[in-house]
Write a protein that binds this ligand. Structure first.
Ligand code: SF4
Length: 331
């Protein structure tokens, strides 16, 4: 049993709750930031129900790309590959898409919790489809996850009013998202489940979020393990459409050291395997970060990764999504 699991067991003893609540939050904070550049980004679906202005999805949707849910066959092959790779953390975060558009997302996550090598799992959704049925599925999944590998759930939202949400997410779903997250937190609290829930605000540059109001709107039941985070500086590259209402991270100058995020691995919904997986890493009609597919050997996947890194470091051949990227990480 690891330290966090131990704290959660102690938390279940009623009178010790106030004492261990803070250490659990500290563990979650450290865990969420400890993985640096070596983890898996897993995309169970490339379909999305929003049109976020900070994402390539609106452009991808207009392209010829087939948007799809990962098949069971490809999912099982992906797990076999993961067993051969050297990672301990999976982030179920589509590059573009929303996980809840895959109806069997919970079965897939459960299988992932059973992988020996994987010790931590996170989940990311816009909560538009976090309806009653998906809330119940998540509760059941968290109960079955005896080793507490699923330690953080991230829900992206846009402001505390319908207009800001519609502008950021491109759909009229503010009321549904507020309702879904609150109903889910009620279930977590009633079931006595401990998991870190991060409400991730995506905001225009002139928006000042009041954190107390944010808690009042999204955590009406007062569930103890909710964080509010704000992203008001967005990633971009030379290809993402830019909006004057958003502030973007400053661009770094590429050097002869390749971006450290190339050592991350993304499993895409169509069975592809890619380097990286951040939100700007898939440009329409470009496959320069694609390493192969779940049908290829790990040797071939890693050979292709080495080629991308070597081309960058020796000849400054920089993959298209990395050109002008403001998220580049040179360790
Ligand atoms: S430079 Fe940007 S797009 Fe390229 S791997 Fe790094 S973070 Fe991803």
């Amino acid at each position: 049993m690891d330290f966090r699991q131990y704290l959660i067991v102690v938390y279940s003893v009623g009178f010790l709750k106030p004492i261990v609540k803070f250490p659990i939050k500290i563990c979650d904070f450290i865990l969420a930031r400890a993985f640096g550049n070596t983890f898996i980004e897993f995309e169970l679906s490339s379909l999305c129900n929003a049109k976020c202005i900070f994402c390539f999805y609106p452009d991808i949707e207009k392209s010829d790309k087939k948007l799809e849910r990962m098949t069971d066959v490809n999912f099982d092959k992906a797990l076999e590959k993961i067993e051969q790779l050297d990672y301990s953390f999976i982030s179920f975060t589509p590059t573009t898409g929303d996980i809840l558009t895959n109806k069997v997302w919970d079965e897939h996550l459960f299988k992932a919790t059973e992988l020996k090598k994987i010790r931590q799992i996170t989940f990311y959704s816009n909560a538009i489809l976090l309806n009653e049925s998906n809330q119940v599925k998540m509760i059941e999944l968290l109960k079955k996850d005896k080793k507490k590998k699923i330690f953080a759930l991230f829900f992206s939202v846009g402001g505390l009013d319908r207009e800001t949400y519609d502008f950021m997410f491109g759909v009229d779903k503010y009321d549904a998202v507020v309702r879904n997250i609150n109903a889910f937190l009620v279930k977590l609290k009633n079931e006595g489940i401990v998991t870190n829930v991060s409400i991730e605000f995506r905001l225009p540059k002139d928006y000042n979020l009041n954190f107390t109001d944010a808690m009042k709107v999204f955590n009406q039941v007062g569930y103890s393990f909710v964080n509010i985070n704000v992203l008001d500086k967005f990633m971009s590259n030379n290809h993402l459409p830019l909006f004057k209402e958003l502030e973007y991270m400053p661009e770094g100058k590429p050097t002869h050291t390749a971006c450290a995020y190339l050592s991350k691995t993304r499993f895409s919904a169509d069975g592809g395997i890619w380097a990286d997986g951040c939100v700007v890493s898939e440009v329409v009609d470009d496959e320069s970060l694609r390493l192969g597919s779940v049908d290829d050997s790990i040797e071939l996947i890693e050979k292709n990764r080495s080629k991308i890194i070597n081309d960058w470091e020796k000849d400054m051949i920089i993959p298209l999504p990395c050109k002008g990227c403001t998220f580049m990480r040179i360790d």
